[in-house]
Design a protein around this ligand. Sequence first.
Ligand SMILES: Nc1ncnc2c1ncn2[C@@H]1O[C@H](COP(=O)(O)OP(=O)(O)OP(=O)(O)O)[C@@H](O)[C@H]1O
Length: 308
Amino acid sequence: MSTAAGTPATIQVDHLTRRFGEHVAVDDISFLVPAGLMTGFVGGNGAGKTTTMRMIMGVLGIHAGQVSWGDRPITTADRRSIGYMPEERGLYPKQKVAQQLVYLAQLKGMDAGSAKRVVEEHLERLGLADRAGDNLEALSLGNQQRVQIIAALMIRPAALILDEPFSGLDPAAVDAMADLLREHTARGVPVLFSSHQLDLVDRLCDRLIILSGGTVRAQGTPDELRGSAPRRHRLGVVGDAGWVRGTPGLHVLDVDGPQAVVELSEDDPAEQQRTLDALLSEGVRRGGVTELTPIIPPLSDIYREATA
Ligand SMILES: Nc1ncnc2c1ncn2[C@@H]1O[C@H](COP(=O)(O)OP(=O)(O)OP(=O)(O)O)[C@@H](O)[C@H]1O
């Protein structure tokens, strides 16, 4: 049986391509946005994130490749069931906050009573209950952003595609938003959100897609991406650590008195372990080892290396 419209399902992007004139903005990219997981979409300015999201949503034509919903090509009905926060936003500045949200919810098929209830609930959750009667333009930019988020989330979406949803939000709003998103993933909804805030992506997402120049440079869970990064260790010894420079199987990145930062140059885990054992015994032989700790790279390092 094929996946029903309006039921959360994995979104699959296969060999998607988009050109603008001669410029290939998105170049044969493939990835999954799995049901029930938060997927972070990162990449520098012009990497192709917005263009990809627009193609998923069908607001921009696809030049090659396809988007699937579960086990079949995505349809207009599927797209209608997705909560989408576009880069260009799109609410009305001169209309009252609650009024336009209720109107939008009704456009998406909710009856007036339910629309009013979900809007009130979401305004409360995002700390905007007292702004319900204000025109959107009277709110600060961060609060306008919260309203845009509500517009995407309030319709009990079957998926969420969010272009920079966290930009401009204060830490309390980020937390409220993250909690809301987790409630959606808990009922199986796939979430794809783009962001330039790597610390936030690291904290929130289950999976990550790194885009550069219109191509996918890396994808996986943050731990998988860290696992494929070079394995570095901090070494502390008694005396000067300069002797590590001659150790086979190691790149020495830094030596500062009794401290050194080293990178294992072999790929084979058994070889790596042998190198670490040799390093340890040589350190002990020379007077003692005070530290040999793996360095867990921050996501910003993984990102830099993937997009270099
Ligand atoms: N309508 C358009 N006409 C021409 N070129 C476009 C159009 N939309 C996007 N592009 C180009 O496609 C490339 C990808 O842009 P896109 O907006 O998808 O990047 P992005 O990753 O979302 O960047 P940012 O982080 O700055 O929002 C860029 O080189 C951009 O100039």
